[in-house]
Ligand binder design. Structure first.
Ligand code: ASP
Ligand code: MG
Length: 493
């Protein structure tokens, strides 16, 4: 059975780190291993900037290309030697000279077609994966290199989004395996081909998605995503100092959390592995002793108390709340459709929606930068209804944030929202709007941005702090010490 590993850009950031990655790969005793890697850190940004500079006719793209070349040459010289080093450098030379020609064409045209720029930006992965594959070979292990443009076929499915073609990709993958059987395969993250064999990418940060798709194609035992944090936190540790690493998460929870911007996984990573129940493990490359976070179908042996129902908290800032209110909405079909088609026309992204069953108001949150257009569109769309008084107002509340509590078992457990709202009330925080979907994986509240961090801390400590263990030693208890011990005993019982 295959074990799939994905190493992000920071894990591949220096030759020493690439060597460490090779050691981790060799240390996995699985029968067959497929390793997906990102470009060395910063390289993808550099590649995008090359295209950008060339198409805006900024000559400095040539120096930047030299930097890209030097960075990889230096890394390879550090990491590799002999024939493999020579092979790598000659490939690098030829890639760079092709890129130079291509960027020159972009510079002359003053424009880069999408396929040109997709071709250019994917080079970081080609180089990082070749270096790793040679580094693994150095130990004598049999290791093949895979250019995923030969096997992964994707089709565009929206702006900056692609969907994998599993059937075609599986066919190509089988063909690839029949040509190159190996126990260890090092493959490029991020890049793929269209059905017409034109190089493309899975879009920014797409290597997690590559690993999940390939994990699903080979029916992997497990997909391990190696990164630079110990796992998934219960809240953003920069905002909540008591945030803890979660040992397990369900697919749905991880999905909700990545949606709310918990910077752990590319949101689309869950979909491919979910259907085959392949667990994803998030591990820290820089702290190998940390067990990481396991994301799987339904984590086992969870304790049944209320507090454990909430797995994590996330926030989104810079939002505005739009409130459409009026007695003329009740029982009139089509009001919400009219509202949201007006919102769609201005291309705004609706983050949450809430309508009370009295139907007198619908409110929804959109990014602050989109709210002016939304409000204008609604005023135009409902001009008559507003004039006739069927709608009383279209109101905007600026500077809002969302606080979301995520947890699978909130669904089947009464009382969770009560605890959350009680914590917010005790912290004296005014909740502007609330939404809980029927899936009940998350409860979302909208509050003023200035209250957000305080709300996050209050909610987090209400659900998580109660689990903190405290060890106290009392030396030579006299009267005061003995009284303290008695009080503690009374608290426990
Ligand atoms: N190197 C690509 C990027 O930075 C893909 C990835 O790292 O996931 O977007
Ligand atoms: Mg990356």
């Amino acid at each position: 059975m295959w074990s799939v590993h994905k190493f992000g850009g920071t894990c591949m950031g220096t030759p020493q780190r690439i060597q460490n990655v090779a050691d981790v790969v060799l240390g996995d005793s699985s029968e067959r291993k497929l390793i997906i890697v990102s470009a060395m850190s910063k390289v993808t940004d550099m590649m995008y900037s090359l295209v950008h500079k060339a198409q805006s006719r900024d000559d400095s793209y040539t120096e930047e290309l030299d930097k890209v070349f030097e960075k990889h040459m230096a890394a390879a010289k550090d990491l590799l030697d002999g024939e493999n080093l020579a092979r790598f450098l000659s490939q690098l030379h030829s890639d760079i000279s092709n890129l130079r020609a291509m960027l020159r064409a972009i510079y002359i045209a003053g424009h880069a077609t999408e396929s040109f720029s997709e071709f250019v930006v994917g080079h970081g992965e080609l180089w990082s994966s070749q270096m790793l594959s040679y580094a693994v070979q150095k130990s004598g292990a049999s290791c093949s290199w895979m250019d995923t443009r030969e096997v992964l076929v994707v089709k565009p499915s929206g702006p900056d989004m692609v969907d994998p073609d599993y059937v075609e990709s599986e066919k190509r993958l089988e063909k690839w395996f029949s040509r190159q059987p190996a126990e260890i395969i090092v493959a490029t993250g991020f890049i793929a081909s269209t059905a017409e064999n034109i190089p493309t990418t899975l879009k920014r940060d797409g290597s997690d998605f590559s690993a999940a798709i390939i994990g699903s194609l080979v029916r992997a035992r497990q997909v391990t995503i190696w990164t630079d944090v110990d796992g998934v936190f219960s809240a953003d540790p920069r905002k909540v100092s008591e945030a803890v690493i979660l040992s397990t998460l369900s697919y749905q929870e991880a999905w909700e959390m990545s949606y709310f911007g918990a910077n752990v996984l590319h949101p689309r990573t869950i979909i491919p592995v979910m259907k085959d129940n392949i667990p994803i493990v998030i591990r820290n490359m820089f702290n190998l002793s940390a067990p990481g976070t396991v994301i799987c179908k339904q984590p086992a042996n969870e304790d049944a108390d209320l507090d454990a129902c909430v797995k994590s908290f996330a926030t989104i800032d810079k939002l505005a709340l739009v409130n459409v209110e009026g007695t003329g909405m009740a029982g009139v079909p089509g009001t919400s459709s009219a509202i949201f088609s007006a919102v769609k026309e201005v291309g705004a992204n609706v983050i949450m929606i809430s309508q009370a069953s009295s139907e007198h108001s619908i409110c929804f949150a959109v990014p602050e930068k989109e709210v002016a257009a939304v409000s204008a569109a609604l005023h135009v769309r409902f001009r008559e209804a507003l004039a006739a008084g069927r709608l009383s107002k279209v109101e905007v509340i600026h500077d809002c944030s969302i606080l979301a509590a995520v947890g699978l078992r909130m669904a089947s457990t009464p009382g969770v929202s009560a605890i959350l709202f009680d914590a917010l009330a005790k912290a004296n925080i005014n909740v502007r709007a609330i939404a809980q979907g029927c899936s009940e994986y998350n409860i979302t509240v909208v509050l003023k941005q200035e209250d957000c961090v305080r709300a996050l801390r209050a909610a987090h400590s209400r659900f998580f702090l109660s689990k903190t263990t405290l060890a106290i030693g009392v030396i030579g208890p006299g009267l005061i010490g003995a009284t303290l011990l008695n009080q503690l005993r009374d608290q426990v019982s």
